[in-house]
Design a protein around this ligand. Structure first.
Ligand code: IMP
Ligand code: MG
Length: 178
């Protein structure tokens, strides 16, 4: 039962907000005054992206794409993608924002799909990067936190669609996976 589950804090709200400020400063340094199109992967990255993009100081527009690969706590290679954007990104500098890098399949698939729309450049930003071997890609250009290879929820991340509203990132009581 979802209401009996407990979540142990891994990254507090304060820690996340502090790191967001540092990440935004690093991204601002890279783009300077160049216009950028941010592409936010829903639903997981929505909350992180909302906090992050408000601290970006260059001309920015954003749209969302959807990618779903998880069922419960298992990542799958079977990804459902919708990368149709509201505007043309040809010759644009793109910043893809996602919540977490696990196998890397999602970010790799979204990046590949957006490259077909002929952007000038694509950089990637994730809040969390799981410490695990990864064949799919090297990593993101901007990373908030490296975390152990555990299943986390909160601050946009879900377990069967719940917990996205937690203001912190935590580890779900493992007994619920049975
Ligand atoms: P990947 O394709 O295996 O890299 O998985 C990335 C996607 O799976 C992320 O965008 C998340 O939506 C989801 N995901 C991966 N790890 C976790 C986790 O620990 N908690 C919740 N969602 C996760
Ligand atoms: Mg996601």
């Amino acid at each position: 039962m979802i209401r009996n589950n407990t979540v142990k804090t891994l990254l507090s709200k304060t820690k996340i907000q502090k790191r967001n400020r540092e990440l935004a400063a690093a991204i601002n340094r890279v783009y300077g005054t160049m216009p950028v199109t941010a592409v936010v992967i829903t639903n997981g990255a929505l909350i992180f992206a909302a906090d992050l993009i408000r601290q970006l100081t260059f001309p920015l527009r954003f749209d969302t794409v959807s990618a779903a690969s998880y069922s419960g706590v298992e990542s799958s290679t079977n990804i459902t993608l919708n990368t149709q954007l509201k505007f043309d990104i040809e010759n644009n500098d793109i910043l893809i924002i996602d919540d977490i890098l696990d196998t890397g399949n999602t970010l790799k698939s979204v990046t590949a799909a957006l490259y077909k729309q002929n952007p000038k450049s694509i950089k990637t930003c994730v809040l969390l990067d799981k410490d695990r071997p990864r064949r799919e890609m090297d990593g993101a250009d901007f990373v908030g936190f490296k975390i152990p290879d555990v299943f986390v929820v909160g601050y946009g991340l879900d377990y069967n669609e719940y917990y996205r509203n937690l203001p912190y990132v935590g580890i779900l009581n493992p007994t619920v996976y049975d």
